[in-house]
Design a protein around this ligand. Structure first.
Ligand code: AMP
Length: 360
């Protein structure tokens, strides 16, 4: 395959949720066709794609169909089996970002080890494969500790705090009795994130930092650009550049950060894909994270990332999306709906970006 891919080429996408839908819409704007593989017929991205493949992420026939159609393959869903990506690459498909970034991000312990080895600071942590390990971690790291399953789980699921050694068995059972990581408290004053991209030539583009607010473990609101100190900005830039280079990454990455009281940043985790905390870029930046990802994997020049508006992004969760008519009538509000037929509690149905002019 030679890059840059010309318009008319086909972008293959594993995962057909809202991130895939917004990626497909950005790809179409640049003249690409998109082939989407998702197990659910009529998934949000299927309905805006040229080719809809209904099948499992580990189904060889579906993966072969995707590889046949696509000039480059990417993913929007973190739980795509890393071995499916590796098999596609081994069969000669162009996959970006690579399976290694996905495999590391899928295991919280491997991820924290990788981050530390790459020089990115995290909370102190220990491996916790059972109650005895948890007791040992309490002795070593102090208390309380947050116990998280190594794999699976998102939006705060599969996690529990422990205060006392005698709770070790109950806490281990509560997270599903699975191999886990024990983490020291981050003691953060704010949660921030940085969305960054790396192109095929190794060039890097960073969006302004975003400040994130969670409710019940789910992202509720992002405010961007976040007001941060020059030192914090410089540290975030160093962290992003280090990770992207260490992963030999191509595409957009989302890096979740804790800002401590002393202003220092710690990395919580990274997502090897476009990220919910980057949805503000759709209306707040000239080139949004979705187009940026398509540009990067297609070998196009990266686009400008500076903010053109201040944005407050609010996720529309469950029945909140039923307010679409009222939201559509707000002049400074941009409404994004994901086309999900079934409203379920806790399900992300859309988001709004509320715009105000940048100060200064
Ligand atoms: P995670 O599943 O790692 O993304 O964590 C979900 C949320 O739990 C984060 O957004 C934080 O609000 C919180 N959290 C995660 N790790 C820690 C930690 N070590 N200390 C305090 N809070 C944490």
């Amino acid at each position: 395959m030679t890059f840059p891919l010309p318009p008319g080429s086909v972008i293959g996408l594993l995962g057909g949720g809202q991130l895939g839908r917004m990626l497909a819409m950005a790809a179409a704007r640049l003249g690409f066709d998109v082939a989407v593989l998702d197990p659910e017929d009529g998934a949000p991205a299927h309905r805006v794609a040229a080719h809809a493949i209904v099948g499992g992420y580990d189904d060889p026939a579906s993966l072969a169909t995707l590889a046949e159609l696509a000039d480059v393959i990417t993913f929007e869903f973190e739980n795509v089996p890393a071995r499916a990506i590796e098999a596609l690459a081994a069969a000669g498909a162009e996959v970006a970002p690579g399976g290694r970034a996905l495999a590391i991000a899928q295991d919280r312990l491997d991820e924290k080890r990788f981050l530390n080895e790459a020089g990115a600071p995290t909370v102190a942590f220990a491996e916790a494969n059972g109650p005895d390990d948890i007791v040992a971690a309490l002795e070593k790291l102090g208390r309380p500790l947050l116990i998280k399953g190594r794999r699976g789980g998102y939006d705060g699921k599969g996690q529990a705090w422990i205060q006392q050694p005698r709770e070790a068995k109950a806490v281990f059972d509560a997270i599903g009795g699975q191999p886990a990581i024990a983490e020291a408290p981050a003691d953060f004053r704010r949660e921030l994130s940085v969305i960054a991209a790396r192109g095929r030539g190794g060039e890097i583009a960073l969006y302004p930092l975003a400040e994130n607010h969670h409710e019940a473990g789910i992202l509720r609101r992002t405010v961007a650009p976040a007001v941060v100190s020059p030192a914090a900005l410089a540290q975030a830039e160093r962290i992003a550049a280090t990770l992207l280079a260490a992963l030999d990454y191509v595409g957009v990455i989302g890096i979740e950060l804790f800002e401590r009281d002393d202003g220092r940043l710690l990395v919580n985790e990274f997502a090897p894909r476009v990220h919910n905390t980057g949805h503000w870029t759709l209306d707040g930046c000239e080139v949004d994270q979705f187009e940026q990802h398509i540009r990067a994997i297609a070998g196009w020049p990266l686009g400008p990332t500076h903010a053109i508006a201040r944005v407050e992004m609010t996720n529309l969760i469950g029945a909140e999306a039923n307010e679409w008519a009222k939201l559509a009538a707000e002049p400074e509000t941009r409404l994004w709906l994901y086309g999900k037929a079934e409203v379920r509690p806790g399900r992300k149905m859309g988001h709004v970006n509320r715009l105000t002019p940048l100060r200064g």
